[in-house]
Ligand binder design. Sequence first.
Ligand SMILES: [Zn+2]
Length: 491
Amino acid sequence: MNLLKDPFISTTQGKVSLKTLLTSDDDFQLQYYFDEIQLAMLQLLASLTTVILRPSLTDLRSFLANGVTKQQYDIALAAIDDQWFEADCFMQSQKPANTKFAEGPITKLISGIECGGSQDALGLFSEVKHADVVCSDCVHVLNYNLHMNIKGECFGPTGATGIRGGGAISTLVSGKSLKNTILANTIALDYFHKSAHLDNDAENRFMWELPPSGDFYLAQKIGLARGLFALAYHIDFKVVDLPCECDVCGHPSSQSVSTFSRVKYTGSYGSTKNGREGSAGWWLHPYTPRSVKEDGTYAVCARDQHWQSWQELASYVIGKETDKASVKPAFIVRQYTDGFLSPDAINLLIGGNIAKKGSIMGRVYDLYSMPSTLPKNLERVTLVIDVGLEQKERLSTAFNKIFGIGYDKNFVGGIKEQAMYRFVANAQQIVQKILLDVDRKEARLLRKDATHQLQREARTIFTEIQRKYQHDLPLFKALVKGEAVLLKSNT
Ligand SMILES: [Zn+2]
């Protein structure tokens, strides 16, 4: 099987090839049981499309408007060395001599499935009880996901961290069809090189052709194709000729894979503490927003299990400056906000793991509607977010009144914390829903809608707490004072 030629992509219409997906008018839907894998697949396919089409901004604009023809695909394919995309070598470097491989069940590569006895390496939330065998096509997306998202602690002492760091958030542009989405996340070479500031002699060979060496993998020496498929491990999958029904894509297969083995590379990327201290630099990963601080650049991660993406949506689209850090939108978003893509309505997909040490605490997979003329009407998005943050702040101030009445801090703190979590979680759906109208409504009306709905949500939550404690006089009185803060209207 060759990833650039053969059908390995699981869709609701069966397996298709990248060529079919990009050149056909059928609207395919990916079929993977886990949104984590679905998210990885979108990035893998857009990265493969980047290395095969190698478009400039101008080419990409044309592909987005007119699609890719079979002939264009074949010409592009003929120009590259496709042997590196064969199933038995893609993203799998040769095992070094005299090294012991660590073996593990394939389940360990499907984040979110509880697996292993290490305290620091548990996925805790998936409902799927058994995912222990996959087809030979799906190992590639699992492998890609491992190298792009792995945080060393997931594998305990034998772990290594990948090029963009563990638990990094991905922001992708989501188009009206799968084909459109893949093309919208394809990287324009000329624009990337302008942004990434790589050295002229940056290495472009894949890491399974030429593994990285040395103690530090310097970001400016890693070319685009090499970085898009960067490795953190020598890895090997044991493919056996036994039929199975794949636990990742659901398709029957004549081959199955249930174990893999790995040994980590010895050097460090700039995504790790070691790498930062060795001035390796963070490689400009096109799908990840980054936070630039005094001591280095970090991939933006989801923070804790109560985190909701809406709160930071504005910084993922236009960036944010504080005195401690500056958040820069992912390259792929800037490629869009610079205004060269088709004017079709798009969505922004924010996804990733919420990780703590090696454990997966939760997943993020949120879709937001964006204005079709994104650069022009961006303020419509930020004003909706700002209303949400303002209501959150107001709710927090209102609850602060319960701290001054001599009650145990943990008790009143717990009341506030629960209420705030609830607001932030419910606001997630409200914000996503309001943004569906981002193209149809003018700014004033959007703001009015957002204020009305988010205010109502904050007040409902507050009133329920008030009702709950109506017989506790000191607490109730403090809440009445808080209510005055909350009701002070600014609309
Ligand atoms: Zn499969």
